[in-house]
Design a binder for this molecule. Structure first.
Ligand code: PRX
Length: 635
């Protein structure tokens, strides 16, 4: 009997035990019974964390789009696969059935082939949240090209870095995008990026805002005429289980963004299985995840996980505040959404700016509420539970990462009793460990440490594109034979996990991972700036916001500080994107440093958070005197 759909707590424990005691048998059964394969695997799992090398379902042959689309056509051809809700509430929503999705993906795949894209080639997708974004990813998967979706809020520099890092041959973009009342000139950003990308041979442009754009002769083409002429039949490329499916960049605490590589079979099996259980998805449900497909949440839980289950998945183009802060609830009412998945930062903004708007809408369709991307604070949890779920819909606080591909610690709704701010129990097959700083595992309950995973799970990233050594150093070197997440966590008296936050120099702002080093590098390009240090501080809506401590070169001292602040944020916007702008900027005479010259961020973090009582020992610093002057001038 399959354990695909877990319905009771005892069943969870039973299945969990099996997944840990006999992982290979367990995953083999799930894979065998719930997916279509062109050829079954020779071996379920082969792994060695010291290399690190992990292979799931080795020898198997498949195409993920046959699992996400083709196999549903006989039973669900007319069912809505993607339900597109445009930015403007007056524009009609679009229901794309599985039959239509099949046709559109096949046509798009044929267009890609005509442009010379072949199996293994990289395709960059820089498209807003319109159906073509999902269709483009699936079209790549159809022909075995590796997609690299870049969030369409990144700047041209950030886009260029990502295109070059994985040598993308083709870029898919749009003439522009809508964001609330604004339009954004995406094609202009791509043009700027491509000035520095020699690898790109062609650009396909989706028409969305009907703007007058420049098309570079021989390189850029409107997509629609090509689609109109394309055949609706495209044979799926048969892929190996371990062939890369996509690359998705995530910020590290240092260096360039890391292109996390996800492969085909394990990713498919795990995202589908987690989707089914963590949302208790049933056949006629309408599921909505508010994330952007530019992030892993969108890859796994707007596109692949839901479609592999034959679900109806909502794609929303707009923002939660347009035309009012009631927009999310209006959409829930309009499409009778059953599962709603969002980020704590959105919950906080909606509770603060539009709490009274909730009452206007009928939210009775909701059965499950999800949260992802950062720790959810107690207040936000209760507001979500009381006002949106009306205390009837369980909240699944799902902890996971770009690197993990799928949810790792999460309640299963109506199965796992929830507890505010706790991600609760590991998902089936996930073996977490809490480690102390000396590398010892903290056994038992009521302990707090660094969160690691002891055993492979099917959707883990296999490498960093072009830099396996960095993959090993970042994730497999802190602790022997374990994947290190970069997060801290505690385990309570019953074994529930609570994620306490990052233990490295990654700061999560509005649910977006930001490494401090790239931001500092951008700031340090300013000719008047000598040095900078970025830390996070608590923020009502964003969870954390960025606080920059900046020292000026002599000449900079004579500059107008307000203008300098604007220039700093402009530099950050140009180099990374507006999401990385600083909320507070303090100019200081120096930065506290250890005797070896390292900036003591711990102290700066405490000052930014106004925790002045407990600064720790500052006497060993190279320059203890700067601490008081920084405190005196804090913002
Ligand atoms: O710190 C954790 C936090 O987000 C990080 C991963 O970010 P990213 O790769 O962008 O993926 C976000 C979407 C999966 C984690 O290392 N994080 C994510 N979910 C939670 C969380 N922190 C606390 N609770 C969560 N539910």
């Amino acid at each position: 009997m399959s354990n695909y759909h877990i319905k009771h707590l005892e069943e969870y424990f039973k299945v969990y035990r099996k997944s840990v005691r006999e992982p290979e048998n367990f995953w083999e059964e799930i894979a065998e019974e719930h997916f279509v394969w062109r050829k079954k695997w020779d071996k379920v799992l082969d792994w060695d964390f010291s290399k690190p090398a992990v292979k799931w379902f080795e020898g198997a042959k498949l195409n993920i789009t046959e699992n996400c689309i083709d196999r549903h056509l006989t039973t669900k051809g007319d069912k809505t696969a993607i339900l597109f809700e445009p930015n403007d509430p007056n524009e009609k929503a679009e229901h794309i059935s599985y039959n239509q999705l099949h046709e559109r993906v096949n046509k798009f795949a044929n267009v890609l082939k005509e442009q010379g894209v072949k199996k293994g080639d990289r395709v960059c997708i820089y498209v807003p949240m319109i159906p073509e974004l999902a269709i483009a990813t699936l079209a790549c998967a159809r022909i075995g090209a590796i997609h690299s979706v870049v969030f369409a809020g990144f700047s041209s520099k950030a886009l260029a870095t990502r295109i070059n890092d994985s040598d993308c041959k083709l870029v898919i973009t749009s003439d522009g995008s809508y964001r609330g009342k604004k339009t954004i000139d995406l094609k202009g950003i791509v043009d700027e990026a491509l000035e520095n990308c020699d690898c790109v041979e062609s650009v396909l442009v989706v028409k969305r805002i009907n703007s007058d754009i420049y098309l570079k002769e021989g390189r850029d083409k409107w997509l629609q005429p090509l689609l109109d002429n394309a055949s609706a039949v495209c044979k799926a490329e048969i892929m190996d289980a371990e062939d890369p499916l996509f690359i998705l960049y995530t910020s590290g605490s240092t260096g360039t963004p890391k292109g996390m590589v996800h492969t085909t079979a394990g990713y498919m099996v795990y995202t589908a299985y987690t989707f089914k259980n963590a949302f208790q998805y049933r056949d006629d449900d309408v599921y909505w995840c508010t994330a952007d497909i530019g992030w892993i949440t969108g890859h796994s839980y707007i596109v692949y996980g839901p479609l592999a289950n034959g679900a109806t998945t909502v794609m929303f183009e707009g923002v939660p505040s347009y035309p009012s802060f009631g927009r999310f609830w209006e959409i829930v009412e309009k499409h009778k959404v059953n599962q709603f998945y969002t980020a704590p930062t959105a919950i906080r903004a909606l509770s603060k700016h539009g709490g009274e708007l909730v009452e206007k809408y009928d939210l009775s369709s909701l059965k499950v509420l999800g949260s992802v991307g950062e720790p959810i604070n107690e207040e936000a949890w209760h507001w979500y539970n009381d006002n949106i779920g009306k205390k009837k819909s369980p909240i699944v606080d799902t902890w996971w990462q770009t690197e993990t591909g799928g949810m790792m610690i999460t309640p299963i709704p109506y199965v796992t009793p929830t507890k505010p701010t706790y991600a609760t129990l590991p998902f089936i097959g996930v073996q977490p460990a809490l480690m102390d700083e000396n590398g010892n595992e903290l056994k038992g309950n009521q302990v707090e440490g660094r969160l690691c995973i002891k055993y492979p799970w099917p959707s883990m990233a296999r490498t960093i594109w072009g830099n396996h050594q960095r993959y090993k150093e970042t994730y497999f070197s802190a602790f022997d034979n374990m994947y290190f997440t970069g997060d801290g966590a505690l385990r309570d008296e019953v074994g529930y996990y609570r994620i306490t936050g990052r233990v490295d120099d990654v700061i999560i702002v509005s649910g977006h991972n930001l490494g401090t080093a790239p931001i500092e590098d951008a700031i340090n390009e300013h000719p008047a700036i000598a040095e900078s240090a970025i830390v996070g501080f608590p923020h009502d809506i964003k969870g954390s916001a960025l606080y920059g401590y900046i020292t000026l070169k002599d000449a900079g001292e004579y500059r107008n500080h307000d203008n300098l602040k604007k220039e700093i944020n402009q530099l950050i916007t140009d180099r990374i994107g507006p999401i990385a702008k600083l909320d507070k900027i303090q100019f200081s005479d120096g930065l506290p440093k250890t005797r070896s010259g390292k900036i003591m961020r711990r102290i700066l973090r405490k000052i930014a958070s106004n925790e002045l009582d407990n600064l720790g020992d500052t006497s060993t610093l190279l320059n203890p005197e700067v601490v008081q002057s920084i405190i005196d001038k804090r913002l």
